[in-house]
Design a protein around this ligand. Structure first.
Ligand SMILES: [Fe+2]
Length: 233
């Protein structure tokens, strides 16, 4: 299982505050059967250059590497805040999750403009970047019904948070979307061990409960296939 959205790199953003906290978060994910964890600290183009961000991220990852024998399953990337014009950011490619075409995009918390929808579709059409929309669950209530199908038809992928699967009012929609291939990746979006913990197993057990034991291995295969198709080796 892949955890596609985490803030587990130490001292990068509002996520893990120390190497020890990061190690504990990683151990929790491992214990829940996670085989790959994308490390996706916030990137805000207004605040720093892509190169400065990557240098900071490498230093943070270096602190983890010094304490962990195997970091090959941790995949540095970013959660990139969308802004109109982002497709013209020459370094956007550098923010892909390492050795893949995926860029995890955090969309605005207001009605998406037609321009922004088209811009994401354009990024996908160019073929070098596969946009993955972070925590779609946060936007669904305000999205026009036509937006998601258009994005999906254009090759844009969708990440949902574990909380979508556990929320009393949202879980049936989450399960429907995962069963109809409208959710490609699940992320714990973990920031710490307490109020925003690594809890990917909760989404898995929801799926098992609803669809039975065979669903989850099939879903994991489906996710792994998408991952492999987007790998750059
Ligand atoms: Fe996040």
């Amino acid at each position: 299982m892949i955890d596609f959205h985490t803030h587990l790199l130490p001292c990068m953003d509002d996520g893990s505050k120390s190497v020890d906290e990061s190690l504990a978060m990683l151990e929790a994910l491992r214990g829940q059967g996670v085989t790959k964890a994308a490390a996706t600290p916030h990137f805000y183009a207004n605040d720093e250059s892509v190169d400065d961000f990557i240098a900071r991220r490498d230093a943070s990852f270096g602190m983890l590497k010094a304490r962990l024998p195997d970091t090959s399953w941790i995949l540095p990337g970013a959660e990139v805040r969308y802004y109109e014009g982002i497709s013209r950011l020459p370094d956007l490619k550098k923010l892909r999750i390492v050795n893949t075409r995926f860029v995890l995009l955090e969309m605005p918390f207001s009605q998406w403009t037609e321009y922004s929808v088209r811009e994401i579709m354009d990024i996908a059409a160019q073929g070098k970047i596969t946009p993955v929309l972070a925590h779609i669950d946060r936007y669904l209530p305000m999205l026009k019904k036509t937006v998601l199908p258009r994005l999906l038809n254009s090759g844009v992928l969708i990440q949902a948070n574990v909380s979508f699967f556990t929320g009393f009012f949202t879980r049936s929609q989450a399960l429907h979307m995962v069963r109809t291939n409208q959710i490609h990746f699940i992320g714990s979006d973990c920031h710490n061990l307490t109020d925003r913990p690594p809890d990917i197993s909760k989404a898995i057990s929801r799926m098992e409960k609803k669809f039975g034991d065979t669903f989850v291995p099939d879903y994991i295969n489906y996710v792994n296939e998408i991952f492999q198709q987007n790998q750059i080796l």
